[in-house]
Design a protein around this ligand. Structure first.
Ligand code: AMP
Length: 124
């Protein structure tokens, strides 16, 4: 079910629990600002999620309230992870935001898809 992104941050969401080490993940990268791990239900040959360590529900509150260091650190991490995954022929980034974006986990995450060429645009 898509989330209601107007609700306050839920510190029991699955990615908050992964950040606290309460639930395992298949980690590919971690630094001061970000954690990246393989999606549990991959939808491409490479499907990795990058999440900020701060408590942000989605793209909206992150871009509205994160400080410049968090914004820069997280953005750089997404690029670094894609490079480290060897996606030199390209990749697709996706952020689902709120109900209409069909976001399901209420902690901001960027999907990195790679390992094949994708079609133009989006489909239902
Ligand atoms: P979204 O629809 O953008 O909120 O995507 C949530 C993503 O999180 C989906 O692709 C799920 O497969 C993925 N996911 C959910 N639980 C886990 C988990 N425990 N570890 C890794 N990925 C997960």
């Amino acid at each position: 079910m898509p989330i209601d992104s107007s609700l306050p941050y839920d510190d029991q969401n699955i990615f908050a629990r992964i950040l606290r080490g309460e639930i395992p993940c298949n980690k590919v990268f971690e630094d001061e600002w970000s954690l990246a791990f393989h999606d549990i239900r991959p939808q491409a040959p490479v499907h990795v999620l990058v999440i900020p360590k701060g408590a942000y529900v989605g793209w909206d509150d992150f871009t509205n309230t994160a400080n410049d260091a968090e914004l820069a650190g997280f953005t750089r991490a997404v690029g670094l992870v894609a490079r480290e995954l060897g996606l030199s022929s390209g990749y697709r980034l996706m952020v689902n935001m709120g109900h209409d974006g069909h976001q399901e986990v209420p902690h901001l995450h960027v999907h990195i898809f790679g390992g094949r060429q994708f079609r133009l645009m989006i489909a239902d």
